[in-house]
Design a protein. Structure first.
Length: 300
């Protein structure tokens, strides 16, 4: 039986005769109620992404914690129970660690000095992570290539007129660094946290400056225009040998990683029809994006 017909029958039993407009309103309220998730995906943003993990209901990502979080698998399924993203499912159980990509330092005076306690592998990402302690807090950060346990790293938000001599793992505004510096964990907008060059062995290159704007060449060779106050971390991301160790040795390793097999007939790209070689796209300037309100939360 159709849902509208069912609601119409219930309404006639309870009230008698109802107008079509009231029936449509009651049907709309039923669809939008939090108790029913049927057809709820039609009211979600079209560009929403379903990840591999979901977390317990008591987890609040606004409150940072060093405790590894238990995860469950989504299987690529959305709120309606149907597959939204294919080729996701299964895999080993993983513990998720909150990575703090916001290297925000004092804007006046001496920089914040943090001690590198531990450098460890993280099953949820390709790069190694480090536990650093400074001031009154501890946090996880993306480890740089030359970072070692016991090192002291600096984080400063002071925008200097003269370029500073920064060590590997230090964080400064990009306008304070000399041109030609290898950087990672690059912010697109000041204060938003690093979003560029976070994978293992990747790095961006600070190539030139025009006024108060800085041009950075990303790992994809495309250029981006950044504000001089965007925070970046000096050096290359750790685990540079990841491209050698990530190769799968057995057929089951993809299932251990939560990757389901492809469907359909796989054809080898033998180059008979050639390939398209397109020029690199021009540099673009990052602009703030209005995030949609949080309309749902995963539960286990």
């Amino acid at each position: 039986m159709n849902l509208n017909k069912l609601i119409e029958n219930f309404a006639r039993l309870a009230v008698g005769r109802l107008s079509n407009s009231s029936l449509q309103a009651s049907s709309r309220n039923f669809h939008q109620s939090s108790n029913s998730l049927k057809n709820f995906n039609s009211r979600l943003p079209k560009n929403i992404k379903i990840g591999k993990f979901r977390f317990e209901t008591h987890v609040d990502f606004k409150n940072y914690t060093l405790t590894p979080l238990k995860t469950a698998k989504t299987g690529g399924r959305g709120l309606d129970g149907r597959i939204w993203v294919h080729r996701i499912g299964g895999g080993d159980k993983l513990l998720y660690r909150m990575i703090d990509n916001k290297r925000i330092g004092p804007t006046e005076g001496e920089p914040l000095v943090e001690h590198v306690n531990v450098i460890m592998k993280d099953p949820c990402r390709s790069a190694h992570i480090a536990v650093v302690a400074g001031g009154d807090r501890k946090r996880y950060i993306i480890a740089s290539e030359k970072m070692k346990e016991g090192d002291l790293i600096k984080t400063s938000g002071v925008l200097t007129a003269m370029p500073v001599r920064a060590s590997d793992g230090d964080a400064y505004p990009i306008g304070s660094l000399p041109i030609g510096t290898l950087i990672h964990n690059v912010e697109q907008l000041p204060g938003d946290g690093g979003t560029i060059a976070l994978a293992a062995g990747t790095s961006a290159l600070y190539i030139r400056r025009v006024g108060n704007k800085c041009i950075v060449r990303m790992p994809s060779k495309r250029e981006i225009i950044l504000s001089e106050r965007c925070m970046v971390v000096v050096g290359r991301v750790s685990n540079t040998e990841h491209h050698k160790t990530k190769k799968m040795k057995t057929a089951g390793e993809s299932r251990w990683r939560g990757i389901r097999p492809k469907s359909g007939w796989w054809q080898r790209k033998d180059g008979y029809c050639g390939r398209k070689i397109r020029p690199i796209k021009p540099a673009y300037e990052a602009k703030p994006v209005v995030q949609p309100p949080e309309v749902f939360r995963w539960t286990i």
